[in-house]
Design a binder for this molecule. Structure first.
Ligand SMILES: Nc1ncnc2c1ncn2[C@@H]1O[C@H](COP(=O)(O)OP(=O)(O)O)[C@@H](O)[C@H]1O
Ligand SMILES: [Mg+2]
Length: 356
């Protein structure tokens, strides 16, 4: 291998990412002891393959790592095949049931103010109340998920020890390589009510006394959080992310981890404009358009809501006070609707996610 061309930082980082994916897949393989666990392995290999596809689709990205990427694609297909072989004897019905029972991978997107945070936090807690293991992640640089979950606002950043520097990573930081993503969650995620675990962009630093966010903490954490969510292959964990508003974020593949997408749309036309731009970007996933805060306004043209959360002044008031709506107004109309949305996700009748 003496004539291997020098790889730049970005290429080295990409190769390290692929190496780490293999560690996760080997770990899942070693621990696989049920149909659900094998299906989780298949799903995880599929998520990585989808993410890899976005790298391969761009000729200009990491040219020196492209051979490795193609080899990685073959490796990923091998893990998926191994998993399918393991469950080959299981009958179709049991297979479908196991697939439908896998942990939920949900990205909540939409324009700022649409209601993403209240939707994410309430679903996360309701899933946990149903006995599930839930990781809730705040990927919005204007954080709010922790408070909406019922935590102190400054809790739940990516702490020291969970991230490390790498010159090739986005903003120069990445998830630590000392642990697998699920181990990072188990060790570092903050405890939120109902047993929800929480991770976000970090402590609000001194720079934020005017009300902003510590941008450097956010930048150090973003790549780590994105890869952490993508790397959780456990069959029994739900992962919910509250994504920064607007179309740029999903375009950067922050939602690469997700199988389900909730697009929250408010009554303002700008909110509809954002939602329309976002929908094509989440093609191939199960997406549901949720209208929120509507009074008696009609649906936006061409954007029929599949689910409705009504305008709810009580919810707005408890949120203004910094309380978790699920605790402070558990019977208010918006929370009642969110309970229905949660049962939709939890219902056994829910179809299994498509596999790529
Ligand atoms: N159904 C609703 N009725 C009334 N107010 C709402 C409703 N949903 C959200 N809000 C309020 O609207 C604001 C934006 O909600 P939030 O969940 O923070 O949106 P996003 O995270 O998309 O920016 C908050 O002040 C919240 O309390
Ligand atoms: Mg928000």
């Amino acid at each position: 291998m003496g004539d291997t061309p020098e790889l730049n930082n970005r290429e080295q980082w990409a190769i390290q990412c692929m190496d780490r994916q293999l560690v996760v897949l080997d770990d899942l393989t070693a621990r696989a002891d049920s149909t659900a666990a094998w299906l989780a392995l298949e799903r995880q290999a599929g998520s990585y393959a989808r993410h890899l596809g976005t790298w391969l689709a761009k000729e200009s990205i990491f040219p020196g790592a492209r051979d490795r990427m193609r080899a990685h694609q073959v490796d990923l297909a091998g893990y998926a095949q191994r998993a399918r072989d393991e469950v080959a004897g299981v009958d179709a019905e049991a297979l479908e049931a196991a697939r439908a029972g896998l942990g939920i991978r949900l990205a909540v997107i939409g324009k700022g103010g649409a209601g993403k945070t209240v939707t994410s936090s309430t679903l996360a807690r309701l899933f946990a109340q149903a006995g599930r293991k839930v990781l809730a992640c705040d990927l919005d640089v204007n954080p709010g998920l922790a408070v909406s979950l019922g935590m102190q606002g400054d809790q739940g950043g990516m702490p020291e020890g969970s991230i490390e520097e790498h010159p090739g990573s986005l903003y120069g930081w990445q998830l630590t390589g000392d642990m697998t993503p699920i181990q990072v969650v188990e060790k570092f995620a903050s405890a939120a009510p109902d047993g929800v675990r929480f991770l976000g962009f970090g402590k609000i630093g001194p720079a934020s006394e005017g009300g902003g966010t510590d941008k450097s903490a956010a930048k150090q954490s973003v790549a780590a959080l994105v890869h952490l969510m993508l790397g959780i292959g456990e069959p029994d964990w739900d992962v919910i992310a509250d994504l920064e508003a607007g179309p740029t974020t999903p375009f950067e593949r922050y939602h690469a981890f997700s199988e389900d997408v909730v697009v929250v749309v408010g009554p303002a036309w700008r909110s509809a404009m954002t939602a329309r731009r976002l929908l094509p970007m989440v093609e191939g996933r199960r997406s549901i358009v949720v209208s929120n805060r509507f009074r008696d306004e009609p649906d936006h043209p061409g954007l029929a809501a599949q689910f409705r959360i009504p305008f709810d002044p009580e919810l707005a008031e408890v949120e203004r006070q910094g309380l978790a709506p699920l605790d402070a107004c558990p019977g208010s109309p918006a929370i009642v609707a969110l309970r229905e949305l949660a049962s939709l996700f939890l219902s056994a009748a829910r179809e299994a996610a498509p596999i790529d």
